[in-house]
Design a protein around this ligand. Structure first.
Ligand SMILES: Cc1ncc(COP(=O)(O)O)c(C=O)c1O
Length: 362
């Protein structure tokens, strides 16, 4: 008798997301107490002290379930963005929202257009649902909106756009984005515009996805508290869209999907705008420093609009290893579709200086 097969065959086509070893484990293994991680695009300044206070105050209440629909947080985000709370769904990181979109939208036979390479979970979500990814190769480091448009068919349920792009660091500018949205017309697929790194953009031609929602009802914007607010460890992201789109995502959302401390922290973080400004100013200054120094050394890279850079280096795996031995973890570009590159988050000044001297061979 043949044995019953438990698991969906599609699982064989997906490699589990490799987030690397936890920082604490690597620190112990390498015996480098000052190990710094620049491989996960985290906030170099950490969370706001007001967030730490708020979490501390709420710590004794963790026996209570959180607000199941993140009501207070949706109201606060809505006030900040000038949208109704019903247009917002909060997730356990933007990661969860990508999964919710996939659960709610895709059946086998459906298609989604995804820039290639780009943030891996878009593809994972589509494939897991048995739908088909139509990859759209980047043009160098840029998202190729003409190519994306050409790949849209009547079967296309969603288009994923990432701006600033992870890992390429480039943005989609206002004119080309509007041209794409207009060309898709009334019967457009869902356009998921992932703005996880939006707070680090200084190009004036960067569109504000939220301001486009009224004109494009099939647009859904993703944002997160992980980067600018430094709450990556608490997992809080949000999607903003039309009420129809958001209500579909709420059907598949788990009852208490965002934990109590995450909600408290995100609320406190919204009230401490100064910390966001401080993070932005710091990252922009250090990004300018790092890219000027890398450029002076002859390295090539696309101009970054994110809190990380994607740099071409000779023998990237060896360079990554040298940096690791010097206490700095960076991402080998080969793991994110850019062999011959390193993806490096903007760190504190002394880390950035150390990084440069290791790349110099000093
Ligand atoms: C482009 C992009 N979108 C979404 C996320 C996920 O963010 P979160 O930490 O909110 O799950 C990341 C995280 O690195 C990202 O790079």
């Amino acid at each position: 008798m043949s044995r019953r097969s438990i698991w969906r065959p599609v699982l064989d086509r997906i490699a589990p997301y490799d987030a690397g070893k936890p920082l604490e484990v690597l620190t112990a293994e390498l015996g480098i107490p000052s190990l710094v991680r620049l491989s996960a695009n985290e906030n170099p300044l950490g969370p706001s002290p007001a967030v730490v206070d708020a979490i501390t105050r709420d710590a004794a209440r963790v026996h209570l379930y959180p607000d199941g629909a993140s009501n207070a947080l949706r109201e606060a985000i809505g006030r900040r963005l000038g949208v109704a709370p019903d247009q917002i769904v909060v997730g356990n990181g933007a990661d969860e929202l990508i999964a919710l979109i996939a659960w709610a939208a895709f059946d086998p036979g459906d298609e989604a257009v995804v820039p290639e390479p780009s943030f891996e979970p878009y593809t994972t979500g589509v494939v897991l649902m048995g739908a088909t990814v139509r990859p759209s190769p980047l043009a160098g480091y840029e998202t190729d909106l003409d190519d994306i448009r050409r790949r849209v068919t009547p079967k296309t349920k969603a288009i994923f756009l990432c701006s600033p792009h992870n890992p390429a660091t480039t943005i989609i500018r206002q004119g080309p984005l509007l041209a794409l949205l207009d060309s898709l017309g009334d019967d457009s697929p869902l356009i998921v515009l992932d703005e996880a790194y939006r707070d680090f953009v200084d190009d004036p031609d960067y569109p504000d996805g939220v301001s486009l929602l009224a004109r494009y009802p099939r647009l859904l914007v993703l944002r997160t508290f992980s980067k600018i607010a430094g709450l990556a460890g608490l997992r809080v992201g949000y999607a903003i869209g039309g009420i129809d789109v958001v209500s579909r995502l709420n059907v598949v959302r788990a009852p208490y999907n965002v934990n109590r401390l995450g909600q408290v922290a995100a609320l406190a973080s919204i009230d401490d705008r100064e910390h966001w400004e401080k993070t932005r100013a710091y990252v922009l200054t250090e990004r300018a420093f790092l890219t000027a120094e890398l450029g002076r050394r002859g390295h090539r890279f696309p101009p970054s609009q994110a809190n990380f850079v994607l740099v071409e280096v000779k023998d990237a795996p060896a360079a990554r290893q040298r940096l690791l031995e010097a206490g700095i973890i960076v991402r080998d570009g080969a793991g994110v579709g850019f062999p011959g590159h390193l993806r490096i988050a903007v760190g504190l000044r002394d880390t950035n200086e150390r990084l440069l001297s290791v790349l110099d061979g000093r």
